[in-house]
Design a protein around this ligand. Structure first.
Ligand code: SAH
Length: 322
């Protein structure tokens, strides 16, 4: 781990593989790999052990093809609606609050809760210790964020394709990034956080359980729509989804206590550094073929500190919208 105060723009030469300048392969096959260098050695064993429960879940999913079962837990807590200022058209093309309800969620609570608990136990075994993060992971029904055909794989610790050459992040890395973001000097309190790369909305749902307000930006419109669809039945009132280029952040809502990037750039966009509150923490994968998870803390108005945490693998951060 390096831990040195820096002024931005940072030089990333020490951590970035120059050969990695070309983007990581974007095929679903390549992306459905682990997002961390820490191999889950026990995974195959655990998968075997989990099989009966997973089969239970996939049976439940097959039985409910039209409406994926909601988790059996109480709905995510309702929090007051945010009143975000209208975004400038150039940066953000669409804004919505995920507040609609779904009355037709037929639960298969036992199956999904059991496999989810096992998944959380594996994530804890890999080193995530923050009880609040683990509780959030346990509360969010990941199977509702994957394609119906992949429902039985929803609780293995791997990224999975969500279409458009993108992936739902691996549970371990989702938990790890949030854990790092919470290790602030406010005892983990996060009032407002920003996620770049909504994808299917899974990480936003996890974030909604540890932060007061969650803003999440996605640049691929069909995925932005997918996240809306996935989050709607969970009735999460404190998430705001934006369609736009996350590299620009959301200056009209900043500053943020925490920012998480779910896609890897060769460097962290300056706009995002500027939108971090003093004392805030930004967690981002950085690099091309070789990537590292970086923590950037804003220590003063003009000073940021960068710490390299661990190796990781994410889809590339891209500019613009599609
Ligand atoms: N957070 C997701 C992971 C999604 S994968 C989860 O919960 O699993 C990363 C996402 O980042 C992709 O959907 C990709 O389209 C998006 N992305 C890449 N560059 C972006 C940018 N500049 N702005 C917004 N989203 C971006």
């Amino acid at each position: 781990m390096s831990d040195k105060p820096s002024r931005f723009p940072l030089s990333l030469s020490s951590v970035v593989d120059k050969k990695g300048k070309s983007a990581a392969p974007a095929g679903a096959r390549a992306q459905a790999t682990t997002q961390t260098a820490a191999k889950n050695a026990a995974q195959s064993l655990q998968r075997t052990a989990l099989k009966p429960v997973q089969q239970g879940l996939s049976q439940a999913l097959r039985a409910q093809p039209a409406a994926l079962p909601a988790a059996g837990r109480a709905p995510l807590p309702q929090q007051p609606l945010l009143s975000a200022a209208p975004a400038p058209k150039s940066a953000v093309k669409n804004v919505m609050a995920v507040t609609q309800t779904n009355s037709s969620s037929h639960a298969s609570p036992l199956a999904s809760e059991a496999v989810r608990r096992a998944m959380v136990a594996r994530v804890a075994k890999q080193g995530v210790a923050d009880a609040k993060v683990l509780a959030a992971l346990e509360a969010v029904p990941r199977h509702m964020f994957v394609e119906p055909g992949l429902g039985s794989q929803a609780y293995i610790d791997a990224s999975l394709p969500i279409g458009h050459h993108q992936t739902i992040s691996q549970p371990y890395i989702v938990a790890r990034m949030i854990e790092i973001m919470r290790q602030n000097n406010k005892g983990g309190v996060l009032n407002r956080v920003l996620e770049i790369g909504t994808g299917c909305g899974y990480q936003a749902a996890v974030l909604s359980r540890v932060a007061g307000e969650v803003y999440s930006i996605e640049r691929i419109r069909p995925l932005h729509e997918l996240a809306k669809t996935n989050l709607r039945p969970l009735r999460v009132a404190n998430i705001r989804l934006h369609y736009g280029d996350g590299m620009l952040g959301l200056p009209q809502v900043a500053p943020f206590d925490g920012i998480i990037l779910a896609a890897a750039g060769m460097e962290v966009p300056q706009a995002l550094l500027e939108q971090l509150a003093v004392g805030g923490r930004l967690v981002a994968p950085v690099g091309g073929r070789q990537q590292v998870l970086e923590l950037i803390e804003r220590v003063s108005q003009r000073e940021w500190r960068r710490t390299t945490m661990e190796q990781c693998h994410f889809v590339p951060l891209r500019p613009g919208t599609v």
